[in-house]
Design a binder for this molecule. Structure first.
Ligand code: NAP
Length: 478
């Protein structure tokens, strides 16, 4: 059995033991054994990053750009292999895995260019004879903590801007799916960047994540994960004076108006509610449908969902792979029971499925006749479970869409320019989609939300520099 170690100061080092990485499509398939680090390894990784920082942060943008370009090119050249590994360990389909791997490659290539474009300002002082320069400098040593649902894209969209802008990195990937992050670390290791600039410490969040968040040598934490963990990290970062960026959960609304193109609306609802097994922070879990189209919408959703093929993530023809883990499928199935007990109608799905191999298979579930106040409409389920809320008109749809503690992504299906325009302006979300699924975004523009979904500067695109740099104002009396 292959064993995979942590990367600290350019060396592969074993932690305190190994943990199996199990394929959720086939529980008898162990992908590899990944080491479990400890707080001492976090200390060593932070020390390595600290030592590497002076040279990396001042060594010039050409070397950084070349390294990022090389990493991006290798990921793209190996996207089939990396995407297959990703699908095998996380459970999204092979096509989705390859798409995610390709996205990771594109992100590195984007930031290869972006580090050459970091600009400052030169402006006159209010005092004659004095000049002012406003520049951006790297933050220092950054800790990156990532979730299991995008095991290569999320590490990529944090690592690439961190390195591009001259920071040194300690990455702690999700314990459930360390394989894709390890493969990415191995590519970064061979890219020619100096030892210590990038470090990987795998292990439990309560051990490695906690040690990073509380470490005096870490200057900033970029976290993606659940609201509960994110909130605790924000408090710890405030107490230890770290810059912090949190991307957290969602309960994203998808509005469907009477004037929508029904076939298009059904397709985008199925896509954003159930693809990637509904395990996307941007998934639509509340389908808010006006009463004129409601009966047709429910029937069309049922017909479309009957055609969805749930199966092994790597098998040809699979639309929906397994749920990622035992605890996640238990949570998903328990919410199906909660929805029933709250009085919503289970229109289709919601049961555990048997396949040729033992895995976490579940039939995507759709509730109809659900009410906005039900727990299934307020709490993030993070699985293939969506519910439909019937509303009178656009105004009620918008009010229901915004009635949530979250604010990541919001969508509307309509042929009306008036409603589309109003929704873009008034949806309380960081990302708004018109006649598109709430999930599925470009890699070169900002990503993030409002309210309980996000905290701190946006990720991705040129906005990423806000978090991964710090501003300096210099005065010169020439
Ligand atoms: P999670 O349980 O919060 O874990 C996220 C990361 O935090 C993991 O690496 C985890 O380590 C680590 N962690 C756990 N406890 C920690 C602690 N005490 N201190 C520091 N780090 C700790 O989230 P998840 O279940 O992996 O991911 C699902 C969540 O992520 C959902 O809520 C989803 O909406 C959200 N998400 C948000 C976005 C976005 O951009 N808004 C994108 C994707 C996912 P372990 O793996 O060892 O537990």
């Amino acid at each position: 059995m292959n064993e995979f170690n942590n990367l600290i100061h350019g060396e592969w080092v074993a932690g305190t033991g190994y943990s199996p990485n199990v394929n959720p499509s086939d529980l008898s398939d162990v992908i590899g054994r990944y080491t479990q680090g400890d707080a001492a390894q976090v200390d060593a990784a932070v020390a390595a990053a600290t030592a590497a920082f002076p040279a990396w942060s001042t060594g010039g943008v050409q070397a950084r750009s070349e390294a990022l370009e090389k990493i991006g090119n290798e990921i793209l050249a190996r996207k089939e292999e990396l995407g297959t590994l990703l699908a095998r360990e996380e459970g999204k389909t092979k096509a989705e895995g390859i798409g995610e791997a390709a996205r990771a490659g594109q992100i590195f290539k984007f930031f290869a260019g972006e580090c050459l474009r970091l600009a400052g300002e030169a402006i006159p002082s209010v005092r004659p004879g004095i000049g002012i320069e406003i520049t951006r400098e790297p933050v220092g040593v950054v800790g990156l903590i990532t979730p299991w649902n995008f095991p290569i894209a999320i590490p990529a969209w944090k690592i690439a801007p961190a390195l591009a802008f001259g920071n040194c990195v300690v990455l702690k990937p999700a314990d459930l799916v360390p394989g894709s992050a390890w493969a990415l670390a191995e590519i970064i290791h061979r890219s020619g960047i100096p030892a210590g600039v990038f470090n990987l410490v795998m292990g439990r969040g309560s051990v490695i994540g906690d040690a990073l968040v509380n470490h005096a040598g870490i200057h900033a934490i970029s976290f993606t994960g659940s609201v509960g963990v994110g909130g605790r990290i924000a408090v710890a970062c405030a107490e230890t004076h770290k810059k912090v960026q949190l991307e957290m959960g969602g309960k994203n609304p998808q509005v469907v108006l009477d004037d929508a193109d029904l076939a298009q609306a059904v397709e985008l609802c199925v896509q954003s509610a159930f693809y990637s097994t509904g395990q996307r922070c941007t998934a639509s879990s509340r389908l808010i449908v006006t009463e004129g189209i409601y009966p047709k919408f429910i029937e069309a959703m049922k017909a479309r969902m009957a055609k969805l093929k749930v199966g092994d993530a790597l098998a040809q023809g699979t639309d929906i792979g397994p749920v990622s883990s035992q605890s996640q499928i238990e949570q998903d199935l328990s919410y199906v029971e909660i929805g029933r007990s709250e009085g919503a109608t289970l229109a289709v799905g919601g049961e555990r499925l048997k396949r040729d191999t033992e895995g976490y298979y579940m039939a995507p579930a759709l509730f109809s006749e659900s009410a906005p106040g039900m727990r299934i409409n307020r709490e993030e389920i993070f699985g293939p479970v969506a519910s439909v809320i019937r509303v009178k008109d656009y105004d009620e749809a918008l009010a229901v869409a915004n009635d949530t503690p979250f604010g990541l992504s919001a969508g509307i299906a309509t042929t009306s320019l008036k409603y589309a325009t109003h929704f873009k302006r008034h949806a309380q979300a960081g990302m708004v989609m018109v006649n598109l699924p709430t999930a599925g975004v470009d890699y070169h523009v900002p990503f993030g939300g409002r309210k309980g979904s996000s905290y701190g500067p946006r990720e991705q695109g040129r906005y990423a520099q806000e978090f991964f740099t710090t501003v300096k104002t210099a005065y010169t009396n020439a």
